[in-house]
Design a protein around this ligand. Structure first.
Ligand code: NIG
Ligand code: FE
Length: 412
């Protein structure tokens, strides 16, 4: 049995119990559920007790290890629910081209974009991919990420997608959630999207399932990639096999992604820049998390998604980086949160909920993590500042201590 840990001397604890009770919708400041001068008791990686330290039950005084958090602020660890962290090579030259006016789709049509990263990722050894991806994972962990989603989608054949999923399963630090994004682009060896989707349904998904490498699939619905109709067939077949689904939806053009996410009860609809009133209402009335990725919008020089309207209509909005070598080569959570506040008119409590409970919903982990409460995993961070200083300075590291299922990572 592991030793009981008692985290003491917490200046302010944000449990987000109120956010959980409201299912992450229409979050107000009081939903952050602040407790001052608090303590947390953890055993076996699970929270046993939280509350004001002066009410700490005596039984925890015995045979436990005290951890002094020196008056810091404690909140749930961040959940980074949309990244493409496993890839090889850089696309800096493409960034220069895009900056001079060549569009993302045009670069893709010329063989650049996703397919150029694919060539380098296929050629990379598992060892080199593990080194690269572990470094990126460490960079997220240092920013207070205690759960990290990683998509494949830069290999696009059976052998190398399985190689990538195998690498993802070896990552250390935060809790890792893998997503199979084979339906990211059509590789050259297939003559049509239909033919390629047929191949992944027949040849790739059964192997992923047998080897238990992922429980989630994603698809990029966009002109020049996959249509709504193709995605409907692909996702419904994958769902019948037992996979959860998420969708890259309505990023560059309005092509039915958000509507399909609602129709299929996807866990999340991601990007959502182009959605209109109709889709906003549908998302608000559904259980689908609207997962917004404003750092990608900054890099793509496009509009930002209608976060304010989504939240006001009652949708559950989450935030993530979308870290990838093409549309968003940054891992900076502080930038994402800041764009949420500056460009999408989100309040700070909404941003905090978007990066914790709401992001947990996008990964179907809201019963385990994203808030601090008895029975939840001990996933929280300690910061040497007030919660109101979060998502304020670009480049801020945020966490000085990250606790992932009771394992402590110290960055102070
Ligand atoms: O989420 N939109 C599709 N996928 C990524 C971009 C991938 C790439 O350009 O390499 C995204 O923005
Ligand atoms: Fe993405």
């Amino acid at each position: 049995m592991s030793l009981t840990q008692v985290y003491k001397n917490i200046g302010t604890l944000l449990s987000l119990e109120g956010v959980r009770k409201k299912d992450g919708r229409r979050v107000q400041e009081e939903d952050l559920s602040l407790i001052s001068k608090a303590a947390i008791v953890v055993s076996g990686g699970v929270i046993q007790w939280i509350g004001p330290q002066k009410k700490l039950p005596r039984i925890y005084a015995k045979k436990s290890k005290d951890i002094d958090l020196q008056g810091s602020t404690v909140l749930p660890g961040f959940i980074e629910a949309h990244t493409h962290s496993i890839f090889s090579g850089s696309r800096a030259q493409e960034f220069e081209l895009r900056n001079q006016g060549v569009s993302y789709q045009e670069i893709a049509a010329r063989g650049g974009g996703i397919l150029s990263t694919m060539t380098k990722t296929r050629a990379a050894s598992a060892k080199s991919l593990l080194d690269l991806t572990q470094q990126r994972t460490d960079r997220f962990l240092q920013q207070g990420v205690t759960t990290l989603e990683v998509k494949t989608g830069y290999a696009l054949n059976l052998k190398d997608e399985i190689k990538c999923l195998g690498v993802i399963s070896q990552l250390k630090g935060p809790r890792i959630v893998s997503t199979y994004l084979g339906a990211h682009a059509v590789p050259k060896e297939f003559s049509s999207a239909d033919e390629y989707l047929h191949y992944i349904l027949e040849k790739v998904l059964p192997v992923i399932q047998k080897k238990k490498l992922s429980q989630r699939v994603d698809i990029f619905i966009e002109k020049g990639f996959f249509t709504q109709e193709q995605a409907r067939h692909y996702l419904s077949t994958a769902q019948k096999m037992g996979f959860d689904c998420v969708i890259h939806a309505d990023q560059l053009s309005l092509c039915g992604g958000a509507e399909l996410a609602v129709e299929m009860s996807a866990l999340s609809g991601d990007h959502l820049i182009q959605i209109q009133e109709n889709q906003i209402q549908k998302l608000a009335q559904s259980r689908v998390t609207a997962l917004l990725l404003p750092a990608a919008d900054l890099y793509m020089k496009c509009a930002y998604p209608p976060a304010r309207k989504l939240i006001d209509a009652g949708a559950r909005v989450a935030l993530a980086t979308d870290f990838n070598p093409g549309s968003c080569p940054t891992q900076d959570l502080s930038l994402v949160g800041l764009l949420g506040r500056l460009e999408m008119k989100m309040t700070l409590p909404e941003v905090i909920a978007a990066y914790t409970y709401n992001a947990a919903c996008a990964l179907k982990l809201e019963q385990k993590t994203g808030t601090i409460g008895v029975g939840f995993c001990a996933d929280f961070i300690s910061i040497q500042k007030d919660w109101t200083d979060l998502f304020y300075q670009i480049g801020d590291q945020n966490s000085s201590k990250s606790v992932c299922s009771g394992r402590i990572f110290d960055f102070s």
